[in-house]
Write a protein that binds this ligand. Structure first.
Ligand code: ADP
Ligand code: MG
Length: 209
């Protein structure tokens, strides 16, 4: 039995993260790995899901400071890491998570333009050195991703942002790909089948087993 691994999927709205998560689950199952915990950020715990509702709420009639948003993301993340992810790995289970801290660097650092050093300090104080073994970054033009996401129904507080916000977010994601060796990009603009093949290729090459 290989040691359990922690896999993350990242990308803009409509990139195909939820679709990829299902493909990864079936792939792991075919590999004989039946104990898999899936989760999402923000969320995944009682506190985290409450935070998710607040940060995505598009009806709050109050300016939400970018630093408040940043701290809420880390509050949710601490709950998830300490109560779900670490215990699952310790118990021999694999973990696949829809978004993780790269989203914070990309959205709050890139999109909201918060100084990356500030985020790094909060990161270090919150989860320290804890990292995924592999992160699949699904790269997509924001216009295409948002068009796909629009098909899901009402837009949340993030999805209502201008396209420039997502361009800055994508630029930061691409910088992270350059500096984070565990982060592997796929071209998410391709067909569902082609993207699935790319994602599974990244897992094959990830030396996870
Ligand atoms: N490669 C693709 N080509 C076209 N449509 C896609 C592709 N991947 C996902 N979709 C569709 O786009 C929408 C958003 O995909 P989803 O997996 O929910 O993205 P995310 O979780 O990243 O927001 C869904 O309706 C999904 O079926
Ligand atoms: Mg999704």
């Amino acid at each position: 039995m290989s040691t359990p691994k922690f896999i993350v999927i990242e990308g803009l709205e409509g990139a195909g993260k939820s679709t990829a998560l299902k493909a990864i689950e079936s792939y792991l199952s075919e590999k004989g790995i039946s104990s898999v915990v899936t989760c999402r950020e923000p969320g995944g715990t009682l506190m985290g899901e409450a935070i998710r509702s607040i940060v995505k709420d598009n009806t709050i009639d109050e300016k939400i400071d970018s630093r408040t948003e940043l701290l809420l993301m880390y509050a949710s993340r601490i709950q998830l890491v300490e109560n779900i992810i670490k215990p699952a790995l310790a118990d021999g289970k694999w973990v696949v998570c829809d978004r993780f801290y790269y989203s914070t660097f990309a959205y709050q650092g890139g999109g909201r333009d918060i100084d990356v050093d500030i985020i790094q300090n909060i990161h270090d104080a919150s989860i320290g050195e804890f990292k995924p073994d592999l992160t699949v970054y699904m790269d997509i033009d924001p216009k295409l991703g948002l068009a796909r996401a629009a098909g899901r129904g009402e837009l949340d507080r993030f999805e209502l942002e201008k396209v420039e916000f997502f361009e800055r977010t994508r630029d930061m994601y691409l910088k992270l790909v350059d500096t984070s060796s565990e982060m592997k990009p796929v071209d998410a603009s391709q067909s569902i089948e082609n993207v699935r093949e790319q994602v599974l290729q990244v897992l094959e090459e990830g030396a996870l087993f």
